[in-house]
Design a binder for this molecule. Sequence first.
Ligand SMILES: NC(=O)c1ccc[n+]([C@@H]2O[C@H](COP(=O)([O-])OP(=O)(O)OC[C@H]3O[C@@H](n4cnc5c(N)ncnc54)[C@H](OP(=O)(O)O)[C@@H]3O)[C@@H](O)[C@H]2O)c1
Length: 352
Amino acid sequence: MPGSCRAFFYFYRSNNNAMSELFKALLVTETSDGVFSREISTRNIKDLPQNEVLIRVHYSSLNYKDALSASGNRGVTRYYPHTPGIDAAGEIVSCQAGRFKPGDKVIVTGYDLGMNTPGGFGEYICVPSDWVVPLPETLTSKESMMFGTAGFTAALSLYHLLRCGQSPSGGPVLVTGATGGVGSLAVALLAHAGFDVIASTGKLSEYNYLYSLGAKTVIPREETDDKSTRALIRSKLAGAVDTVGGNTLATVLKACKMHGVVACCGNVQSPQLNTTVYPFILNGITLIGINSADTPMQLRASIWKHLAATWKTDKLSDICRIVSLHELPVHIEDMLTGKIKGRIVVKHDLEK
Ligand SMILES: NC(=O)c1ccc[n+]([C@@H]2O[C@H](COP(=O)([O-])OP(=O)(O)OC[C@H]3O[C@@H](n4cnc5c(N)ncnc54)[C@H](OP(=O)(O)O)[C@@H]3O)[C@@H](O)[C@H]2O)c1
């Protein structure tokens, strides 16, 4: 059994007889060349990587990157069998670095968690201590995973829009892919912060959902997918949180007014960006890249503190659905086909 997690695990176990070395996890396996299966398996704590902090995971959540990892995308996960889950919230079992004590509530999102390090779709994770954020006092573990990487990304986008001088009085802000995880939380957080939000969606049936999250206007996805050769589009748009990339991001850049600010988060439509320099040199547009996974710890902790305080939206339970590990594979399929609305939060002991 590998070193640090093992030693502290045995110490912990001697004081917690009920704890088992075995735990449940969603395991993705390559069954034949390029064919992947997902099943709930029994794993052993000794098989986790040798890192400083062993965490009992209470909640995780489903993000687009997890759906890619769970379907064999080698750009996300190189080696299988593998347990995805880029988000985890739970309590410390042991911490070799001495930063935390058993029972401390913590959050881990991003870094390599769930990519090539076994992730939050298992009941235990073992990670380096500098990936671990103390759970803010005014946030529960469940709420932290209702936000998860999606909410953290939406919050990071809001942080950068504000840092670049955007304010509610500056004009409306567009959110694309608005019914998705990042999109739903971006709508809710921006509206909560006082912005007029325009939500763009491909789901005609979900307009009321987006209005209920605080969107002022809801538009069909086609309106943010300009196929013309125009270099600029006249509009009052002050900025955007774009979760889809591709021609949608190119359209948004053309459609922002002078000094607009666009946070680029995702690529569900396409990773390609075919644009010109005109939005930048004629309208002074700022395009901000959002990388939640590698956010430096000081900024990371500060964003979580905002989410636990003034940015804490009361829309979390409208956005999130709590599911068990066994229910997760169905939702992974829905995410891959763009059918998910809002967020899927995994509660590990839901069946016990
Ligand atoms: N940069 C970062 O740090 C970071 C962090 C988290 C996520 N992301 C990225 O952000 C994106 C969204 O993640 P998520 O977890 O929110 O995923 P999600 O829950 O699956 O949401 C994606 C949404 O995009 C829209 N959509 C789907 N297919 C589309 C298409 N072909 N063209 C246009 N829109 C489409 C849909 O919303 P509508 O039906 O409402 O249009 C869908 O619900 C992903 O690319 C993910 O990798 C990046």
